[in-house]
Ligand binder design. Structure first.
Ligand code: M6R
Length: 365
């Protein structure tokens, strides 16, 4: 049932404040203001490496998770798309664990990667949405995303719930490894606790501007997404979402890679969507935007109040979000990215919930 919504995808986008909050409450003690250590059945303190794998959007969630595990828990992460991971013959040692991410819990390549790690004796954790799935069953520890059934082929609420679980797990690992101070933990927990209410406000406030922008975007054949740090996986996710449902060709790049090739494509016919909260990467990303502007490229900037105040560049649109803790940023920035894809596809008249050639769950390799 779509309720008042035109598509399941739209309904699922608007469900995010609620399902993210529900998911977070599984891993975070809101009253205590700390993560629930016993919600992790992985001995993070004694690991020297974590292997991660997934496909598509779940892989991008994992990429954000890598930044978090390395930054907050000082735990090195090896991550790869499952179709590569399963054949890489990655050397695995006793002090590693493996973490797989899957909405459906049935993705063939992810499952094969899991079995490779299990056969090599690793402890297996899985972030899954479907709790009775094969991937959940074959894992030692399951970390549920409480997103509820996701019907739209383009993943939205599963992604933000995956990010929520990974944020909590990175904090749990950070506490277990003694690399995350109680003060930082409390600050991040507070930010996460306040996030769902903020998401509600943002979804309402940005919607009209994104509709206008999406009407313009629907005239283009190519779109480039750029980001640095945890905004880089968001750029990849933005490009995937747009191509999946609007069929507009889109690419996501690490902003620093611009000069290494994609800058050759910049002209007035390829809008560049820059995901750039005012974080420690902001200045660098601004200089990439200047390079785009100098070549006649049109910029759509997604930033926060501080970032908007700090740039004087002319943009096609600037979407301004509230300033948030760095652990909340990727979850918050997923919202405009999803809405841009959604509204652009609606203008193009495509089958948003059931895009051509795609299946919700890819159970063959
Ligand atoms: O069920 P899974 O999370 O394992 O699925 C992984 C991908 O197939 C999935 O995220 C796909 O990329 C979506 N269509 C993205 O919107």
């Amino acid at each position: 049932d779509k309720g008042n919504h035109r598509h399941f995808m739209e309904k699922e986008i608007y469900e995010q404040p609620e399902v993210v909050s529900h998911t977070l409450s599984h891993y975070i003690d809101f009253a205590e203001g700390r993560v629930k250590l016993d919600s992790a059945q992985i001995d993070f303190a004694n690991l020297d490496r974590l292997a991660m794998s997934a496909c598509g959007t779940a892989y991008y969630a994992g990429l954000v998770g890598k930044y978090w595990f390395e930054r907050f828990a000082r735990l090195p992460v090896e991550i790869d798309v499952a179709s590569e991971f399963r054949y890489r013959e990655m050397p695995l040692t006793g002090r590693m664990a493996a973490l797989f991410i899957s909405q459906s819990g049935e993705t063939a390549d992810t499952l094969a990667s899991l079995r490779y790690c299990r056969d090599n004796g690793l402890t297996i954790g899985a972030v899954v949405n479907v709790r009775e799935s094969t991937i959940a069953r074959e894992s030692n520890a399951t970390f549920p995303t409480l997103a509820g059934p996701e019907i739209g082929v383009a993943s939205t609420k599963a992604f933000t719930c995956q990010l929520s679980v990974l944020a909590a797990l990175a904090m749990i690992a950070g506490r277990a490894r003694g690399t995350l101070s109680a003060e930082d933990e409390t600050g991040m927990v507070q930010a996460l606790v306040g996030a769902p209410r903020l998401f509600n406000e943002v979804l309402q406030s940005i919607q009209p501007q994104i509709e206008t922008l999406s009407r313009e975007l629907s005239r283009f054949k190519d779109v480039l997404y750029l980001g640095r740090g945890t905004s880089f996986p968001l750029a990849l996710e933005g490009a995937l979402k747009l191509k999946e449902i609007s069929y507009i060709h889109a690419e996501g790049y690490a902003a620093g890679e611009l000069k290494h090739g994609p800058i050759a494509l910049i002209d007035e016919n390829m809008p560049v969507i820059v995901i750039a909260p005012h974080d420690r990467h902001f200045e660098k990303t601004v200089s990439n935007m200047q390079e785009v502007a100098a070549r006649g490229g049109q910029i759509i900037l997604i930033t926060d109040e501080k970032g908007a105040a700090a740039t004087t560049l002319e943009t096609m649109a600037t979407i301004v979000l509230p300033e948030v803790n760095e652990i909340v940023a990727p979850i918050l920035y997923a919202l405009p990215v999803q809405l841009i894809a959604y509204h652009t596809a609606v203008f193009m008249g495509t089958d948003v919930d059931q895009p051509r050639n795609l299946a919700k769950s890819v159970t063959v390799e």
